[in-house]
Design a protein around this ligand. Structure first.
Ligand SMILES: [Zn+2]
Length: 131
């Protein structure tokens, strides 16, 4: 899971991910704990793509100092690559950033803004884990 978030290499960062914690209100929920550090918006979006209902807890000295629900934006930029090899975002000379529209959150489905290719939750997790 550290790898999924793509933030494991940073110094002094500890991330604990507790998936499927029982909660009286929501049934099952995902909690992502981050130690001593705030997340960049892109990192929050990555977490949202993997665990759209997760709560992120920022922990300092074993205490939770900040809690926030992840929220998936309606457009995902830069994080994911379009799987269509002929897509304009895949052309090395075109400085076009990949953009995906969120078609559905549950199950997660994204659509490339440029060529219409659909990404499923499986494709997304595979890309973020790195294969
Ligand atoms: Zn595309």
């Amino acid at each position: 899971m550290l790898k999924i978030l793509g933030i494991s290499g940073e110094e002094g960062l500890r991330v604990a991910v507790v998936m499927n914690v029982e909660s009286r209100k929501l049934g099952k929920k995902d909690i992502v704990k981050i130690e001593n550090r705030h997340l960049r918006p892109e990192e929050v979006n990555k977490i949202a793509l993997i665990a759209p209902t997760a709560t992120i807890n920022i922990v300092k000295d074993y205490e939770v100092v900040e809690k926030k629900r992840v929220e998936l934006p309606s457009i995902i930029e830069n994080i994911l690559r379009c799987p269509n090899p002929t897509c304009i975002t895949r052309k090395p000379r075109e400085p076009i950033k990949p953009r995906f529209r969120v078609l559905s959150k549950n199950p997660l489905r994204l659509q490339c803004v440029y060529c219409g290719t659909i990404l499923t939750a499986e494709d997304i997790v595979e890309q973020l884990i790195g294969g």
